[in-house]
Design a protein around this ligand. Structure first.
Ligand code: HEM
Ligand code: HEM
Length: 470
């Protein structure tokens, strides 16, 4: 059984490495532009809660901007950044070159075309209604699906030509993620699922699996590669990683109905979703324990390395956010939290505290290896601390505010009372959100340094030293 990222490089030339580095860079740069755009919209949305009459134009209404924010963070920012990282990890851990550089670039163009077209469509008011995270009109989602299929093909092709005997754990997660998501995205487009209760069920299936079978496995794939590399030690347990992979696969797809508890969906389906939401503790705790045990005894390295600190926050975000999700799925707690801002807090604890921090850790750990250019210490610390403090304020304020909102509703207070009660927490969310946004500007500067700044080391393109783990 393979326990380390040890690869042979006989078949990889410098030209291949440069091609991989520029593609990884291009995915990261476009993703960063999407992060800036999407979260500028996020800040505007946050301020609209305090000043609803601010920016009232038809194109700037809450109803149009909200799905622009969610889709742009999901498909512009997180998806593009994760695919760029996945290509790098797949090629490096397999000790081979990319299956097709051309397909990689075509995928990049298609992902971006879909995100631009989707954004414009939503702002013009063309919105696929109540289908959360798939509000883009379906022809645009087809373009996204095409990009996904190309990416899946290219990643599988890369891993298939590996110079190692085993498939490294990261690639299990990555390939699992791209294949599952092709299925999920296809099911979400099929016309006969787009009405009635079937649509509700498919909505739960889609939106939960978008986070659970797309972002989560891709991020875990990065953890399994970047952590051993940053710490120069193998992952604590390869077997535990495989176990978490299969349990994730068995439990995750069935829990989507927990988004629609107390809805007309069959009661047994809701109960099944709750039971499997509890079962999710197995892969979540198993995976988190694996990462934390890999870091054990290395506190000194942790505090001296920002890439590791970003990853550490990501692991804690995964553990805490997902465990919180299990509790949210209980009927007794859903009674309080459903439809409240508590859920928005959970979304950002997971999509930001887990996914976004993990991407940053991966980019800071791996992009300098590809380009030989590193960000400055000040840029790293500013980014880290503003993002940590900002997101902490964001999540804590909405968790408290959302609970008060839910209790008001349970006690039958007039609706406007719940608005008055949560108002100060919305202001705090705006403060946290602004800090988060400022940290993204610093991140963009750091990406610039890692892509076009002065060289700090020889790009590992020639040395391949980035493979020597364990
Ligand atoms: C694995 C354990 C998890 C469980 C059991 C869980 C459970 C839940 C539940 C019950 C809700 C619905 C809340 C409501 O409507 O009142 C929810 C919402 C949500 N979760 Fe999780 N969660 C988990 C992990 C995650 C992860 C890892 C992510 C992100 C990568 C995530 C992202 C979200 C998002 C974005 C929503 C909001 C969906 C919406 O717009 O309604 N969750 N989660
Ligand atoms: C500056 C940073 C950010 C700010 C200020 C911000 C702000 C907001 C606001 C105001 C909403 C609407 C909440 C509502 O309808 O009540 C929202 C929703 C959402 N945002 Fe963000 N956001 C930020 C970053 C992100 C990032 C980076 C991601 C994902 C990677 C993300 C994912 C989401 C999701 C999934 C929702 C829907 C939440 C739900 O329905 O539960 N956000 N955001």
């Amino acid at each position: 059984m393979q326990t380390s990222i040890a690869a042979h490089h006989s078949s990889v030339s410098e030209k291949d490495d440069r091609a991989l580095a520029s593609m990884f860079g291009a995915y990261t740069i476009t993703a960063t532009l999407w992060l800036l755009f999407a979260t500028a919209i996020g800040v505007l949305l946050a301020y609209k809660f305090g000043a609803p009459d601010f920016a009232p134009g038809e194109w700037l209404t809450f109803g149009r901007l909200r799905p622009i924010h969610t889709n742009a963070t999901f498909y512009g920012w997180a998806s593009l950044a994760l695919v760029g990282l996945a290509y790098y990890v797949a090629a490096r851990s397999s000790g081979t070159r990319l299956y097709s550089v051309k397909l990689g670039w075509i995928g990049l163009v298609l992902f971006n075309v879909a995100a631009v077209a989707g954004t414009i469509a939503l702002d013009l008011g063309y919105n696929d209604g109540n289908l959360e995270y798939r509000e883009w009109p379906w022809p645009i989602r087809l373009i996204f699906l095409a990009a996904l299929v190309i990416t899946a093909w290219n990643l599988i092709g890369t891993v298939a030509r590996r110079n190692t005997e085993d498939i490294y754990l990261s690639n299990w997660y990555t390939i699992g993620g791209v294949l599952w998501t092709c299925i999920i995205a296809l099911v979400a487009i099929l016309p006969w699922y787009q009405y009635g209760l079937g649509q509700v069920s498919v909505s739960g299936y889609y939106m939960h699996n978008a986070v659970g079978m797309w972002f989560t496995p891709l991020v875990l794939g990065i953890f399994y590669y970047a952590l051993p590399k940053l710490l120069s030690r193998p992952i604590y347990s390869y077997a535990l990683g495989v176990f978490a992979f299969w349990t994730n696969l068995v439990f995750y797809p069935i829990i989507g109905a927990h988004h629609f508890l107390f809805s007309p969906l069959p009661w047994w389906l809701q109960t099944t979703a709750i039971v499997f939401s509890v079962a999710m503790l197995v892969p979540v705790w198993g995976g988190s324990a694996n990462f934390l045990l890999t870091m054990r005894g290395r506190l000194r390295d942790l505090v001296q390395s920002y890439p590791l600190m970003f990853i550490f926050v990501g692991v804690i975000g995964y553990l805490v956010g997902s465990t919180q999700g299990t509790f949210e799925a209980f009927r007794s707690l859903q009674e309080v939290w459903h439809m409240t801002n508590f859920t928005v807090g959970h979304s950002h604890l997971t999509m930001y505290g887990f996914v976004t921090f993990a991407i940053w850790g991966g980019v800071y750990a791996l992009l300098p290896l590809a380009t030989g250019k590193a960000p400055g210490a000040l840029g790293l610390s500013l980014h880290f601390w503003m993002a940590v403090v900002g997101s902490f304020i964001y999540v804590i304020s909405l968790s408290i505010g959302g609970t008060i909102q839910g209790l008001d509703w349970i006690h039958g207070a007039p609706f406007i009372q719940s608005v008055v009660d949560i108002q100060p927490f919305w202001v705090w969310r705006g403060v946290g959100g602004l800090l988060m946004f400022l940290s993204h500007i610093v991140f963009a500067w750091n990406v610039w340094r890692m892509s076009f700044g002065p060289s700090t080391t020889a790009p590992l393109a020639s040395a391949h030293a980035d493979e020597a783990v364990a």
